[in-house]
Write a protein that binds this ligand. Structure first.
Ligand code: NAD
Length: 477
């Protein structure tokens, strides 16, 4: 048994109906802690607590909201090592990646502290004499936040911080696999002075606890990050009920390598984008689209660099690639490697690995000689697996890159300014990277995708305001 971690409802820590062990994917003998599971009634209590706290919180001064977010950001940054270790133990990112994500969460709180002060709105003259028009942005109300397992502290942070900065109250339901970081974050918010009911945490299954947030008429908006099927069904239900919705979902992100690319830059960009964080990033480069002139040299060098990556326990200092998050995800990854072989790809790497501790270790895989119509290039795998599609021309590269139902991130490696500009303009994605990995984004600018990857306004940066506030146009005679 590990330490017991409780739900946060109305400013108090409350036991659930059951508890679930949070297991370290680097070492199945290591229990990170026990985390309680809420039931439907408890999720409803959390919503009621957020509703009760809304009026007062929505009328706090920007200074009060700044102070809470700024203090929270400072505490997160102060505890980066301890929180980074927790993150690496529960999710399997390397310690360096875990600490990096924690720092990002702290910076997000600091950024939104500033956003609370900045404010927004307009005063215009009416077209009618003697009348003024005031356009103000008000908080939306009670916001339900549903988050995935792969960024267990950054995603809760980039939803909670803007929600609170703009005067909303929240109920967060983190992923069942990785509740630890969200629990730590909500505890820090209380330590930093969050009034009772302003932030509530209910842990448990999506289909039970998450579903209550979606169905409740007392929740005014849902911000969801996760898989496409779940996001689409939640969005459809929210539209039916008349609830504001924002979904960030999957990707099948292309990285285009053109003949004139700097080979070392291209290999490093692909290595980082495809395999770091065990490939478990919605922005991972899973399709490497390579023109003929550089294809063989790129594949040769990337294969060597990939096979040299050290896969192991996330907390060991020499580890570069941590384990896959769980048994189910590992089985899914290995099944896609088998599918690639059946479809005629040449597979480099892609084996399950044994290490000193029992865990879900896998050698990254490069699938060479694939076509863009193969399943491995259509479906999101969400593991350390990238496929290579060989094309002849820039036009073909662009067409292949955009031939996907997703549109989250896309990249190009080239030394030509005019080619870089063309791909920047014509890649159909929410984020475009030139000579940089498709994954790895700043915390102060908008994040989000197009096509099947996203629904609703952007998250992060000053654009986050669009989702977490609602416009009122007032006429004053
Ligand atoms: P998931 O869709 O299985 O779960 C996401 C969250 O939704 C979890 O908290 C889950 O419990 C909850 N949920 C599940 N069913 C629900 C229901 N019926 N009602 C309400 N809530 C429900 O996703 P996951 O496996 O945790 O995360 C991996 C996915 O997330 C990948 O597809 C990845 O691309 C995506 N992702 C996207 C982004 C982005 O910003 N675009 C970022 C990270 C991850």
């Amino acid at each position: 048994m590990g330490d017991m971690h409780l739900n946060w409802i109305g400013g108090r820590e409350i036991f659930g109906t059951a508890a679930k062990a949070n297991i370290n994917p680097s070492d199945l003998a290591d229990v990170v802690g026990d985390y309680v599971q809420a039931d439907i009634a408890q999720a409803e209590e959390a919503i009621a607590a957020a509703r009760a706290a809304f009026f007062t919180w929505s009328r706090t001064t920007p200074q009060q909201r700044f102070d809470l977010l700024d203090r929270t950001g400072a505490l997160i940054l102060e505890r980066r090592q301890q929180l980074g270790e927790l993150l690496s133990r529960e999710e399997g990112k390397t310690l360096a990646e875990g600490i990096g994500e924690v720092v990002r969460a702290g910076q997000i709180f600091k950024f939104f502290a500033g956003e609370a002060l900045r404010g927004a709105g307009d005063v215009l003259s009416s077209v009618r004499p003697g009348v003024d028009v005031e356009i103000s942005l008000e908080p939306v109300g009670v916001v339900g936040l549903i988050t995935p397992w792969n960024f267990p502290i950054a995603i809760p942070a980039w939803k909670l911080a803007p929600a609170l900065a703009f005067g909303n109250t929240c109920v967060i339901k983190p992923a069942d696999l990785t509740p630890g970081c969200a629990h730590a974050l909500v505890s820090i918010l209380h330590e930093a002075g969050a009034p009772a009911g302003v932030v509530n945490l209910v842990m448990g299954r999506g289909s039970v606890v998450g579903n209550v947030l979606v169905e409740s008429r007392e929740v005014d908006a849902i911000s969801f990050t996760g898989s496409v099927p779940t996001g689409r069904s939640i969005a459809a239900r929210c539209v039916e009920i008349g609830k504001r919705i924002q979904c960030e979902m999957g990707g099948k992100n292309p990285l285009v390598i053109l003949d004139d690319a700097d080979l070392d830059v291209a290999v490093n960009v692909a290595l980082n984008g495809a395999f770091f964080s065990t490939g478990q990033r919605c922005t991972a480069s899973s399709r490497l689209i390579v023109t003929a002139g550089i294809h063989d040299a790129f594949v040769e060098k990337l294969s060597q660099a990939m096979l040299a990556l050290k896969v192991g326990h996330a907390l060991e200092p020499e580890t570069q690639i941590g384990p896959v998050v769980d048994e189910k995800q590992l089985a899914q990854n290995l099944s896609y490697v088998a599918i690639a072989r059946e479809e005629g790809a040449e597979v480099v790497g892609g084996e399950r690995l044994d290490r000193a501790t029992e865990g879900f270790f896998m050698q990254p895989a490069l699938l060479v000689g694939t076509s863009n119509t193969m399943r491995v290039n259509r479906e999101e795998i969400f593991g350390p697996i990238a496929s290579v599609v060989r094309v002849e021309t820039d036009d073909e590269a662009l067409a292949a890159a955009n031939d996907t139902e997703f549109g989250l991130s896309a990249g190009v490696c080239t030394t030509s300014l005019s080619r870089a500009r063309r791909f920047r303009r014509d890649l159909a994605a929410g984020m475009v990277m030139v000579n940089l990995p498709t994954a790895g984004v700043d915390y102060h600018v908008p994040f989000g995708g197009r096509k099947g990857s996203s629904i609703g306004p952007r998250e992060q940066g000053s654009y986050a305001r669009q989702f977490y506030t609602i416009v009122k146009t007032a006429y004053i005679g």
